[in-house]
Ligand binder design. Structure first.
Ligand code: MV4
Length: 445
C-alpha cells in the first residue's frame, strides 16, 4: 500500500479522498490555492502545500506546481478526484514519467477514451449497441450533410473530444445543417483545441443511465449496477439515484455484462463509468465513458456497500479486486441531491458569500459530503457544488421521504442554494412516479 498520497483537488471530494486514505493508513498531502488556506481539506490532511493564486488555471490546474509539490513531499501517488486534472491524459503521463502513480487508469486509456468516436467504435466491436451515426470524425461539411440525410433528421452534431454538452447542436432539417456545423466546429476548436465533429441520430427525451465499473490491474472487472442521472439542467446533473426505475434485473444484468466486456476489451483499470442513453422505447445505446471517480459515486456506495474510493486506491497500489460479480447485491434505493451555491429563483445564478448559519441533517439513511462549515466563505472561483445530500431507504419511497426530511433539516444561511429546487422536484408527480427523462427539469421550470 502507498505510504503517502497527494490529493490534487479541493472541496468535498478532497475530503472524501483524505478520509479514505486515513482509513487505509495512508498519509495525505493536500494542495491549496491562496484563497483555500482555511479550507477543511488543508486541515484534515497531514501536510498542505500552497500551489498558487485563487484562479484554477494557476493552482488546481497547474501540473507543474502539483508535480513539484508531490516530489518535494515524497508522495508515491496522486489522486486527482473529479474535474480539474482527473481526465487529463498529459497530466497522468507526467505523473508516470516522474515515477508517481496516477490513481486512475493508464494515460493511454484516458487519451483513447477522450476520443468519443474511437470509444464508440471500440464498444460497438464488443457487441454493445451504439447510437446510429457517423463511423468517423467528419471534416467536410458536404459529406456531413450527406451522412445526416442518411441517418435521417433530427440529428445531433457532437465534438469528438468534447463531453458535457459543449459544442453540441441539434439539427431538425437539412437547410439548417451547414450553419449548425460551422458553429459546432468553432465551439469545439475553442473549447477542446480540436474541431473534430461526429453526427448521431437525435434521441428525443432520453434517460441518461450509467454503469459503475471496477477493474483491477490483472484483467478482473465487475459492475456495481447503474445510476439514473436524467435529472439535469444545461448538462449539469442535479440529482442522481440508484437503481433506476427503468431498469429491471434482466436488463441490468445484460447492460452490466456488456459494459464489463467493453472495459475488458480496452484493458481498462481503476473505477470507471460507462454511459448509456435509453430511449422512450427502452432501447439502450452506449454514449461515452468517464475515466474518473464521479460526483455521484455515493449512491452506488449506499446500495452496494462498497467504498469506491478505497477500492480505487487499493487497485492503484496493485491490489486484486476484492469482489466477484456474484458478491455484489443491490440493497434498497439511494438518491443524491447536489446542493449548489446558486439561486434557483434567478436562473441558477451563482451565489457567493459567508455561511453565517449552518446545520447538517442526520438520522437513519442520511449521508452528507460537504466542505462547508459555519463561517466558511463561498467564492466565485470554483464550481458551485457545496454539498451532496445522499439518502438511502429500503425502497424508493423511503429514500425520497428521507431526502425531503433531510432537505428540510439542512440549514445553509448567508447564500442562496438549490435546496428549494430539490424540495419542488420531490413534489413533482412525474418524478415521484419515476417517469423521468433528460427534459424533465426544463418542463418543470
Ligand atoms: C444525445 C441526446 C440525444 N441523442 N445524443 C447531453 C450530454 C452529452 N453527454 C450528450 N447529451 C445528449 N446526447 C443523442 N444521440 C441528448 C443529450 C442530451 C441533451 C442534448 C441537447 C440538449 C439537452 C440535453 C440534455 C440531456 C441530454
Amino acid at each position: 500500500m502507498f505510504k503517502r498520497v497527494l490529493v490534487a483537488n479541493r472541496g468535498e471530494i478532497a475530503l472524501r479522498i483524505i478520509r479514505a486514505c486515513q482509513e487505509l493508513g495512508i498519509e495525505t498531502v493536500s494542495v491549496h490555492s491562496e484563497i483555500d488556506e482555511d479550507s477543511l481539506h488543508v486541515r484534515f490532511s497531514d501536510q498542505s502545500v500552497c500551489i498558487g493564486p485563487p484562479q484554477s488555471q494557476s493552482s488546481y490546474l497547474s501540473t507543474k506546481e502539483i508535480i513539484s509539490a508531490c516530489l518535494v513531499t515524497n508522495c508515491e501517488a496522486i489522486h486527482p478526484g473529479y474535474g480539474f486534472l482527473a481526465e487529463n491524459a498529459q497530466f497522468a503521463e507526467m505523473c508516470e514519467s516522474n515515477g508517481i502513480t496516477f490513481i486512475g487508469p493508464p494515460y493511454e486509456i484516458i487519451r483513447r477514451m477522450g476520443d468519443k468516436v474511437y470509444a464508440k467504435s471500440e464498444m460497438e466491436e464488443t457487441g454493445i449497441p451504439v447510437i446510429p451515426g457517423s463511423k468517423e470524425a467528419i471534416s467536410k461539411i458536404g459529406s456531413g450533410l450527406e451522412i445526416a440525410k442518411d441517418i435521417g433528421f433530427p440529428i445531433i452534431i457532437k465534438a469528438a473530444f468534447g463531453g458535457g454538452g459543449k459544442g453540441m447542436r441539434i439539427v431538425t432539417e437539412g437547410k439548417t445543417f451547414k450553419d449548425a456545423f460551422k458553429i459546432a466546429k468553432t465551439e469545439a476548436e475553442s473549447s477542446f483545441g480540436d474541431g473534430s465533429l461526429y453526427i448521431e441520430k437525435y434521441i428525443q427525451n432520453p434517460r441518461h443511465i450509467e454503469f459503475q465499473i471496477l477493474s483491477d490491474n490483472y484483467g478482473n472487472a465487475i459492475h456495481l449496477g447503474e445510476r439514473e442521472c436524467s435529472i439535469q439542467r444545461r448538462h449539469q446533473k442535479l440529482l442522481e439515484e440508484s437503481p433506476s426505475t427503468a431498469i429491471d434485473e434482466a436488463r441490468r444484468a445484460k447492460m452490466g455484462r456488456l459494459a464489463v466486456r467493453g472495459m475488458k476489451k480496452i484493458g481498462y483499470r481503476s473505477v470507471g463509468t460507462v454511459e448509456f442513453i435509453v430511449d422512450q422505447q427502452n432501447h439502450f445505446y452506449f454514449m461515452e465513458m468517464n475515466t474518473r471517480i464521479q460526483v455521484e459515486h455515493p449512491v452506488t456506495e449506499f446500495v452496494t456497500d462498497v467504498d469506491l474510493v478505497k477500492e480505487q486506491i487499493k487497485m492503484a497500489a496493485g491490489a486484486k479486486l476484492a469482489f466477484k460479480q456474484g458478491d455484489i447485491k443491490l440493497k434498497g434505493v439511494a438518491i443524491e441531491a447536489r446542493i449548489n451555491a446558486e439561486d434557483p429563483e434567478k436562473n441558477f445564478m451563482p451565489s457567493v458569500g459567508k455561511i453565517d448559519g449552518f446545520h447538517i441533517p442526520g438520522g437513519p439513511g442520511v449521508r452528507v459530503d460537504t466542505h462547508l462549515y459555519s463561517g466558511y466563505t463561498v467564492s466565485q472561483y470554483y464550481d458551485s457544488l457545496i454539498a451532496k445530500l445522499i439518502t438511502h431507504g429500503s425502497d424508493r419511497n423511503e429514500a425520497i421521504t428521507r431526502l425531503r426530511r433531510a432537505l428540510n433539516e439542512f440549514v445553509i444561511e448567508g447564500i442562496k442554494t438549490t435546496i428549494p429546487f430539490h424540495l419542488k422536484l420531490l413534489e413533482n408527480k412525474n418524478f415521484i412516479d419515476g417517469n423521468i427523462h433528460t427534459g424533465l427539469v426544463d418542463e418543470m421550470l
